[in-house]
Design a protein around this ligand. Sequence first.
Ligand code: TYD
Length: 201
Amino acid sequence: MLISFEGIDGCGKSTQIELLKGHLERDLGKRVHIYREPGGVPLAEELRNLLLDVRYTVDPISELLMFSSARSQLVQQQIKPDLENGVVVILDRYYDSTTAYQGYGRGVLPLEDIHRLNSWASHGLVPDITYYLQLSWEEANNRMTHRDPDRMERSGTDFFERVISGYNELAKTEGRICTIDASKSIDEVFAVVLSRLEDLK
Ligand code: TYD
């Protein structure tokens, strides 16, 4: 099974991913691997360092292709073999991030081109379920004040408003996406995660 988590920076994905991993392992006896995007394998981690480094000004098409390159490598090197071995894979971001950030946020190419590239870079691998943790930019920003922002996080309010509307549009059209109000408590969000997982069975 392939599960992805999406949402803007600061929406609480990592906490929910850890909770879900614990549940799947302890209560259901599953083997679970978590990968973050971009990253998860050495080549993709190198690309991640370049993509988030504040010293670089990255051309939007270069950015799109680098995120996609990192994804292709992760899918081929880890995700596909894991799924073949019966491992549950949880992804901290997947190609919906590219649609939201590069497609809607940067507005770099027509969406149909982004979708085509996403399908290449993911080698056609579609998540069984995607949790979208929906949060306003104000709230996400409040949660992030303690962090030193990376290159993506410095993209500004208008950019993040476009990313959020991109996620909202995606959630309307993609049946696999489960939208959860991420302003709720950790426990309340996790209860929704679990109930939607039950529906899958
Ligand atoms: P990360 O620190 O993992 O962010 P978060 O903790 O919020 O998940 O950094 C990944 C950044 O890269 C994040 O700002 C989202 C962005 N991103 C894209 O712009 N496009 C993509 O395809 C992916 C996977 C991530």
